[in-house]
Design a protein around this ligand. Sequence first.
Ligand code: ADP
Length: 468
Amino acid sequence: MNILFAAAEVAPLIKTGGLADVAAALPSALRRLGHDVRIVMPGYRRILADATQVHGPIATAFLPVGDRMEVMRIFTTTLGDTPIYLLDIPAAFDRDTLFGDGDDDRRFILFARGVAALMLHLSERAGWRTDVVHANDWHTGLLPNYLKTVYAGAFSTVAVVFTIHNLAYQGFFNSFTAYLAGLDNHGDSYVNFMARGIRYSDIVSTVSPTYAQEILTPEYGEQLDGLLRTRQDLVAGIINGIDYDRFDPALDPQIAANYSATDSAGKAICKAVLQRECGFAIDPARPLLGMVTRLVEQKGIDLLDRVIAWLIAQTDADLVLLGTGEPAMERAFAAHMRRNPTRINVQLRFDAALAQRIYAGSDAFVMPSRYEPCGLSQQIALRYGAVPIVRATGGLNDTVREGYEGNGFLFHPYTPQHLADAITRCLRCFRDTNGWPLLRERGMREDHSWATSAQEYAALYEWAARVL
Ligand code: ADP
């Protein structure tokens, strides 16, 4: 299949969140399956400035927005073996900021128009007919809308898939935006880019099967659950993979000793090194809990805050936490460390190397998220043999299974008591010196690579082509 993958950010060229990692890894994994995947993204100033890697322009077009016509030049670059089209639209992207300047509607109208112009160019001049357009998050929400209305004649055979990576950011503007876009507003007083992506695409997907069900409910639906329910037979969930080359305890150069499921001696060394680094007792028999997280409400940080006193008084577990985020939460955890410096270690910074040492050195990894569309951290923890203790929501529910027959520990009701119970079950298992290694190794052997997810996306594209 010829697949055009549209995203506002692609790592490492531009990254503000998890979307950028997906936009880099998924096209490459699909290419390994034999599909011709190409990426299209904004030609931000800082990418185009790196002229040695950028070629072109290969084409020029004029894009309507409101009563203006803005010029676009199409440049190319590559990421590994994946071609990337960079849409150089100076009115939208020739600036230092990425988002939030107050004209994001105009900018991403132009991007969506630009993608349609690129598709016309490729089919008319380069002999490359798009079979599938894969749009991602609100920045590309108008693309399905244009392809199914304004450009429906030219692209009637193109299947359109729209993936929600974060439902909380929707691209919400007033009705003037519909005039700028040249799109029918059906009498509404606003334009919601995410809603348009959901309404006009052939298939809607999100980043885990459980989250795909949860967003159909008012609790998780961010006001779009009603619209999503009208399309629920066409909503799917596919879990993101992790980068198996980068996150591999057998090769990771950032940890004290390498190890694998069949040879776990190195993990014991990593644990001792982490215990010393934290100022904890260096003792293989003491359970060591790790966390690497943004310190925000989504991550269930308030639950953790409320179980620390219990953890100190009622268990022999030590806890190391790496994270940054809300100042009130940072202060609360700094205070926990001051009160119990030999049991709690808190590092308030972003530190990719320390994150690896925590995954490698911890016995268990705590992730009590309020909601979690997919979650990478628990998948990294599994690969590094840090048994996950997670709340049963979103992608956590799809990757972690309870207890001896599973790979970790789950709780559901969002209460400190239920989190404490899950930690208790984990610590009981930890003391079972026969059962614990089996549980840990089962998680380490699982396949959380992109190869599996890419196959599911390929099936999703075929489904989209059938229902088109
Ligand atoms: P989210 O994208 O919602 O923050 P994920 O679990 O999907 O959550 O991905 C988080 C990623 O960021 C993981 O790879 C995690 O290790 C990393 N991370 C989070 N906070 C830090 C930090 N303070 N230092 C280093 N890495 C971090």
